[in-house]
Design a protein around this ligand. Structure first.
Ligand SMILES: [Zn+2]
Length: 142
């Protein structure tokens, strides 16, 4: 059984290494498929995958009019920006070496950042509902 598990992990890592263009952000955080130090929750998975409330991601699917960060106006709001560089909660950001090696620190900061982003988005939605209806964005294409 142990030999089978080792073989499966070997195949999984080979597949992981073969993806040279997709998932680069996730591979940056998780270099080997069998060495995943991060807890996966609703909040942390958005940061780990980059598929979350990040304006660059939403803009890719025509769900946002801009790629700019709503908190600091950086022109490319990605998961990397939110985790490493954004001024939002910069005073609470753990040192980068702890952020990428200490699962509790990662979970704490990723959750803090993503909850704030969702609260901000909910506030904007609430404000828009009280204003005149705005033009809908075009349907997403993939
Ligand atoms: Zn920012």
């Amino acid at each position: 059984m142990i030999q089978i598990n080792k073989h499966i992990l070997h195949l999984w890592n080979a597949e992981w290494d073969a993806h040279l263009t997709t998932g680069q952000w996730t591979k940056h955080l998780i270099p080997k498929a069998d060495a995943h130090p991060y807890p996966t929750t609703f909040w942390t998975t958005q940061v780990l995958t980059g598929h979350g409330l990040f304006q660059a991601y939403l803009h890719q699917y025509k769900r946002s009019e801009s790629c700019s960060c709503p908190h600091c106006q950086h022109p490319n709001d990605t998961a990397e920006h939110a985790l490493y560089h954004c001024t939002l909660h910069a005073d609470k950001r753990p040192p980068l070496d702890q952020l990428t090696t200490d699962s509790a620190q990662f979970r704490y900061f990723a959750t803090l950042v993503m909850r704030s982003r969702w609260q901000h988005e909910a506030q904007l939605t609430k404000e828009h509902k009280t204003q005149a209806p705005r033009k809908a964005l075009p349907a997403a294409t993939s």
